[in-house]
Design a protein around this ligand. Sequence first.
Ligand code: ATP
Length: 357
Amino acid sequence: MTHLTLQAVTKRFNTAYAVDHVDLSVPDGKLVCFLGPSGCGKTTLLRMIAGLETPSSGSVTFAGRDITRLPANRRDFGMVFQSLALFPHMTVAENIAYPLRLRKTDKAAQSRRVTELLELIQLPHMANRPVTQLSGGQRQRVAIARAIASSPKLLLLDEPLSALDAKLRETMQVEIRLLQQRLGITTIMVTHDQREAMTMADEIVVMEKGRIAQVGKPLDIYREPVSEFVADFIGLGNIVPVTYDGQGGVSLPGGQQIIVTQPARVPQSTTDIRLLIRPEDVCVKPASSGAGPNRLSGTITFIRDVGASLEATIDCAGFTLTAATTPRETPGLMLGMPVLAELPPQACKLIAAHAAH
Ligand code: ATP
């Protein structure tokens, strides 16, 4: 069942389009991430769903009801923003109980719900602590508990983890995701961090300049990006300008040739084309292993060996490739070493070049 539907939702600030004709369906119980670079309209879109901003045109429907112009306080959605906005003069329990107090829930029910939520966020012993005495991660959990206290039908999160350090952020990503799955609460989260989106989302909505560039499951978008913009934004990738003969043959800068599996979606033009190959798909082989199809000769110009993984930059005379491997898989790589970079045909994707701006 689709809970939330956006139809041609548009927001103009004066003459500039912050959000431009967005159509989207958010399925029940899923976590959807709005992902994109700064200024692409993620927050404005979320604020229109929240009711904090009114669309210039288009409609927002929730559970079959048009809520486009319904005020935020009548939508019953839970929200967590970057700033968290916990009440500093209140304890943990008082913060969590706040939305229940607003709704005049009776005292005993409030107290039961707060106890339940404290268990859920694993802070049962901190009920009476002022929120000012919590760590960043604990505050984060309290903000989420407060947002879900009145059992909202939709949870909206706007960069809720951006104030946390990298390690805590990764832990919280998993915690929020597990909590969301356990509660089955439909959630929309804004982030500009593709790794965060890949970790947490059932579906990612990639946005570019107020429009949706692609919607899909994280791995589908990673493997089959529809454009250079999406390929570049999601994960690391080697993106090389090429020419395509329309039948699987690709010429690389510098003249080396490879064959690719016929793309399902053949780009319209045969010149404005990029080859995308993810670093983990580039196989590095010793130069002595001999020439063969899709083996490109090159020289190692940089190695980043962090123990668990190894990244090698290979100069292929005309373009460079990054290969991701492990020290165990490819021992003995050295700077200046001639190697062969093998590009498996099925891992090579052809995509349309990013339109010039
Ligand atoms: P970030 O990741 O930096 O928060 P974002 O993708 O969330 O960016 P928005 O905050 O939605 O982007 O902004 C989209 C565009 O709309 C930007 O160009 C921004 O300057 C503009 N914008 C947002 N709010 C307003 C406003 N109240 N008045 C005028 N322009 C605005």
